[in-house]
Design a protein around this ligand. Sequence first.
Ligand code: NOJ
Length: 552
Amino acid sequence: MHFKDKVIYQAYTKSFNDTDGNGYGDIKGVTEKLPYLKKLGVDMVWLNPFYVSPQNDNGYDIADYKAIDPMYGTMEDVEEMIAVGKEYQIDFMFDLVLNHTSTEHAWFQKALAGDKKYQDYYILREAVAGQEYPTNWDSKFGGPAWQPFGDTGKYYLSLYDPTQADLNWRNPEVRKEAADIVNFWMDKGVKGFRLDVINVIGKDEKLINSTGDIDQEKSLYTDKPIVHEYLRELNHNSFGQDPEIITVGEMSSTSIESSIEYSNPKNDELTMVFNFHHLKVDYPNKEKWTKAPFDFLELKQLINDWQIGLGENGGWNALFWNNHDQPRAISRFGNDTQYREKTATSQAHILHFLQGTPYIYQGEEIGMTDPHFTELEQYRDIESINAYKQLKEKGVPHAEAMAILAQKSRDNSRTPMQWNAKENAGFTEGTPWLQVAHNYPEINVERELAEGEIFPYYQRLIQLRKERKIIREGSYQPMFLEHEQLWAYRRILDDEEIITFANFYGKPLKVDLSSEVADQAWHYLLGNYGEKSFNMTLELEPYEAISFEYKS
Ligand code: NOJ
């Protein structure tokens, strides 16, 4: 199938490449770097939202779905980018936020002005007798999920920032608008869509209080069966009409069962799903805003469960370590100083040999790290700033709150792309909207291309996926799932097999393979410490990853 050999690159538009000196990345900046992305070997570029927006949530608060925010450029720039992309055989995946609009969107403004048609575009309710709001739900960025709707006495639902108003998908007009937006961009030649928090679009007519338990509360509006109907309708009325289009649904707190349904091609919903369970293994008791080590066994187990769950039931995984909402995996799960290169290549190795579609987040291919910010003033992200305030209210001392932000903030991955050792890492000639990480003189594209080992490793991994059907389509089986330092699995296709081993830590490792691996003529395929011959006593250096193959 066409999407199975693709590798997708995520460029966080705002931080990728600024060509006009305003301190924000822009569309022309993406076009300018297409040769670089071609060199890496990716097939598609996912761009975070660049539509007109007040930027309260960095563009996930859209005020006009069909216009480009001037800070990012013009519609002509977008058309040019798509056209130049074609020359490089690079397609684009646009990010559509269809669960909510900015309160500055014309629909919301008309609704506020009293237009009944547009009032039915949003989820407006009266407070329930005896309580302040229609329900007791919390917004995901802190505070109540309801905001006063002008002076009507009603409240509008806002599951994220108060300036992001949830759309009412029960209204067929809203669903038509959604399809119309997708079709508008398809007509411009866009070949992929990432659908923001798309599994929370199905709200019930009657909304009820939660018990106060966070999971129970989410279940009241997440993964509702109606979401499948809405997606099928959207698919039939827009992207499903072009078999070349790739879609990925960003799924908040989803399950394997629901994700099989979302991504099974038989259902005409989406191509694949992003789930986040593996990126919550450092949230003790589900609490994100605390400093905590990650649970390696849980991490492996989750990836394993999703590989098997979706792989054996007709679903399809999107594979990723990083995105703009997560701290960088190199700092989070590895060693971002002494073993930075080996951490980067071993993480890439583990992910790219799995079944699914790999996503590379900007900077991953050169081993960019978290910036390790120490001052609140260095942060821009609304969620992080709210979290800081809440931590302070709970009495957490400033230094500890800063340490928590440094570990968990979304700004960790949003710092500008490090292109070279010049001022501001070559990202902008102006003042960057978010400070560049301190280590850009050592970690940057120019240096990596000249003498680095990470970029070439990514090139090879991408190439291998294209060459080997087994990497794309082979079945997956775990090995040594209970091992506390080793990550190992096999892929099988007909008479072929690939076995992959990775030492997830900085101390050397020795394992007797005989309980899991047949002693046969295994050939070296790829490793981040170079070629080694197979041995039933496997010895791995710090952060070493290696794969062997066998064909009978
Ligand atoms: C998920 C996006 O990735 C995130 O950045 C955003 O804040 C929320 N959805 C709300 O749109």
